[in-house]
Design a binder for this molecule. Sequence first.
Ligand SMILES: Cc1ncc(C[n+]2csc(CCOP(=O)(O)OP(=O)(O)O)c2C)c(N)n1
Ligand SMILES: CC(=O)[C@@H](O)[C@H](O)COP(=O)(O)O
Ligand SMILES: [Mg+2]
Length: 588
Amino acid sequence: MNYPLLDTLNDPLDLRKLSAADLTQVAAELRQFIINIVATKEGHLGASLGVVELTLALHYVFNTPDDKLIWDVGHQAYGHKILTGRRDLFETNRQYKGLSGFPKREESIYDTFGTGHSSTSISAALGMAIASKIKGEFNRQHIAVIGDASVASGMAFEALNHAGDSDANILVILNDNAIGIDPSVGALKNYLTNVKTGSQGQDNIFEALNFKYFGPVDGHDIDKLLEIFNTLKKIKGPKFLHVITTKGKGLKQAETNQVVYHAPGKFDALTGELSPKNTAVQPPKYQDVFGLTLVELAKKNEKIVGITPAMPTGSSLKYMMQQFPERAFDVGIAEQHAVTLAAGIACVGLMPFCTIYSTFLQRAYDQLIHDVALQKLPVIFCIDRAGLVGEDGATHHGIFDLSYLRCIPNLIIYAPRNEIDLRNILYTAQLGLDLPIAIRYPRGRGNLLKWKLPFSTIEIGKAQNLKEGNRIAILVTGHFTDRALEVAESFTDRISVYYFGFVKPLDRIMLQRIFSKYASIVTLEDGVKAGGFGSSIVQEAAKYNYKGDIRILGIPDQFIEHGATEQLYESVGLDTESLRQEIISLLP
Ligand SMILES: Cc1ncc(C[n+]2csc(CCOP(=O)(O)OP(=O)(O)O)c2C)c(N)n1
Ligand SMILES: CC(=O)[C@@H](O)[C@H](O)COP(=O)(O)O
Ligand SMILES: [Mg+2]
């Protein structure tokens, strides 16, 4: 594939040597380059295609990296990476030891702020703008590019509220494509639609917040973007530019099927068609076990309400939203609100199932403690993407939840070992608990083809002995249970496996039996070792005055980068072979 102009661009200085008229061709080449690589290497597609012209115009007019450019979420920054010296490395995007799929300060001086989670860009840009002013660097611009779904989040509004009351040199660019991963929701989305259609009248929210407002402008018209940026760069203080773009621009399928092409997996770069799916019958994704089981339960239990902060497709709450639109809500990128909304719903006797990715629940920690657990409100948290998630990397791994949840009083924590177990704990939870429960399960597929079995109730706080052995006890939680069994089988009758679905409350009776029987214990989890399941066993062992060895196996005290999930587990010694070696080293 030929990229005659793109191939000459090693950084934005080269770009600025081109004539403005050349930028149209660069845009076409850049778009094709992104399509060609993402088609085979996978990744986020639609968002980056939508901001090709915006990316070029920003780097052309502004003096990056001295002017600070911050991409919200960062999943749209592929063009930015390619133009800022990473074209040749881009085929390693999201792969183990390759480029990160998100901006990352260690990777480039052009990546001024690391992102991955949404709605941080305005705060970060404002922080930089305030610091520049304190340092006397008055001419620097600080630019946050934020999407229409991300700008509706609380954090973004907190930053707008602060910035609008300052004289900071900040430019907020709203990249409005009317969609997040799923279609955008909420009153702000309606307002933005009215602005675009001209039916909004004179009122302007952003002007009311004291920003100088510009737009809306067509974000695919390079000349218009150059003109407006040349104006904006001379204006001091807080400015807001409303840009209209099309997610997936330039690839027909990505434009028409924006949800799927947000991150489409492999596809044909020429036709845009998705690569054929594996047609063999496969075990279900955990998210679908959750989503489909919830529909089954909601048909019989009218108290069930579903909540997702902006991930109806990713969490599979979409199934309930389709069947029971009056009882299932996408609240937008608003994790804090989602949790307290669930608390409110529980207060009045309904049964909220609040599904949030483990990594995004970090945003709502105070709400979890203050609004839910402290008041013993029986919210059912369905925490998806627990454990390592793969190519999204350090910003998205769900490895902290067991530790950050375990220290909260009144909270039940359950990590199902498989799809049937997940179904049964969902069933058990909706029978009525008098405490909140956090049910956490991994990204991707389970192992069972037959998983839609009749429901059975799970006894709260009970562990199970799955395999009896006489030397070492493996205590395991969550989906690593099969891994523990596989390892144990290879040692015939020497290794026991105890499955602790409940990380809290722990089965103390079972633990006492284990402490009195084994001289060596290994704990296994897909979360951080610090403060997690293994830690809780060590604490119990100390209370019991246990004198044997306990080895905690989990994620070490470091951020884990991106790569295929199994590759990453191997890198931290949690693959089957490494576990087997650990056991061998403990055997007398
Ligand atoms: C705090 C947080 N919640 C959820 C997500 C998952 N997420 C990633 S991109 C995205 C949609 C972003 O939409 P928008 O800001 O409009 O950008 P676009 O994809 O349209 O460019 C969501 C919900 C996230 N990254 N961070
Ligand atoms: C950028 C972002 O936060 C999401 O697009 C995320 O990558 C989705 O993750 P899943 O693919 O696990 O749904
Ligand atoms: Mg959007």
